[in-house]
Ligand binder design. Structure first.
Ligand SMILES: CC(C)(COP(=O)(O)OP(=O)(O)OC[C@H]1O[C@@H](n2cnc3c(N)ncnc32)[C@H](O)[C@@H]1OP(=O)(O)O)[C@@H](O)C(=O)NCCC(=O)NCCS
Length: 290
């Protein structure tokens, strides 16, 4: 058996392979990984070039690798291939320069969690929720003290991010949790995709959100609220969604933020997926050499 990094030519074959896994988000989602500069989709092939398994190794940012999407051909499951493939994903992650490797496993997927935790030494760092709301419509006009974050907010935003430096967010992909940095927030400010409350720069930040609007949908990628201004900020997101004619809001958030958001939004969830974020520090530290 050998592991091969897939190219765009392999996409159809892999989509066909994935079609045998029921209710699997990956089939509609994997296309994005064929255009990665490094890492991406990998295949396990036997001597006859038969496709035995697939998996993803994504360089989320320098030194931060994300492994996911492991799919073992159903007739081969329970035969240790999953464990071997996960070991390959970790080695490939290290080859790509990782100092931390993260993975997302669906709630109740004990086999995957067992491979990552018991065999490869990952540990759970957070719970994760991916979901969508229908009917995220805007009020006629916005009330309250929330709005876009501006350049003048830099210092209080920096203080807020420092206070929550272990926070995870879902950059361009709700299924890919990564550590939030001040640079991520500043990029959001520069493109008008960061919302903050209260607006008065003399007040500390209470609530911060990073979002983007693509193809008529709003995507909430980061949310942290100290509780006072969450509803006000949601009101502002609704105004933004009205401005862009948004009907559906999607999110990928840590459980603590998702629970607060779902409660405050008070709307039916069209889709809800729960899982855990597992993490492993790799590199030349005595305690965690693989
Ligand atoms: C989950 C999955 C990747 C595991 O790979 P696998 O090759 O089947 O698993 P392995 O043979 O390496 O076994 C891993 C562990 O799970 C256990 N296991 C796996 N399948 C099992 C089964 N059907 N019954 C009982 N135990 C099972 C093994 O005993 C092993 O535990 P151990 O190390 O304590 O002995 C594979 O089953 C799969 O592709 N499932 C469908 C898609 C999916 O859920 N992917 C993961 C998304 S995060």
């Amino acid at each position: 058996m050998r592991y091969v990094r897939a190219t765009a030519e392999d996409q159809a074959r892999i989509q066909d392979f994935l079609s045998q896994f029921v209710d699997d988000y990956l089939a509609e989602h994997i296309a994005a990984y064929f255009s990665s500069d490094s890492g991406g989709v990998y295949m396990a092939l036997d001597e006859e070039n038969q496709l035995l398994a697939t998996g993803i190794v994504e360089l989320a940012r320098p030194q931060e690798v994300y492994v996911s999407g492991m799919r073992i051909r159903p007739d081969l499951q329970g035969g240790r291939l999953g464990q071997e493939f996960a070991e390959f994903q970790v080695q490939e992650g290290k080859r790509l320069g990782a100092s931390v490797i993260r993975s997302l496993v669906g709630r109740g997927n004990e086999f995957s969690q067992r491979i990552l935790q018991e065999t490869l030494g990952f540990h759970v760092v957070d719970e994760w929720v991916v979901g969508s709301f229908e009917g995220f419509e805007a009020p006629a006009f916005a009330e309250g003290d929330a709005g876009p974050a501006w350049a003048v907010d830099q210092e209080r935003l920096r203080a807020f991010v420092k206070q929550h430096e272990d926070d995870l967010w879902s950059g361009k992909d709700h299924w890919l949790p990564r550590r939030l940095t001040f640079e991520d927030v500043w990029q959001g400010v520069e493109v008008g995709a960061a919302a903050v409350a209260p607006q008065n720069i003399g007040d500390p930040v209470d609530t911060l959100a990073l979002f983007r609007i693509t193809d008529g949908d709003m995507h909430l990628n980061y949310l942290r609220s100290m509780g006072q201004h969450l509803k006000t900020l949601l009101q502002y997101l609704r105004v933004e969604s009205r401005a862009w004619g948004v009907k559906t809001l999607h999110f990928g958030l840590p459980r603590h933020a998702a629970d607060k958001f779902i409660e405050a939004a008070d709307l039916p969830l069209a889709r809800e997926w729960h899982g855990v974020v597992l993490e492993k520090h790799v590199g030349l530290t005595s305690s965690s050499v693989v």
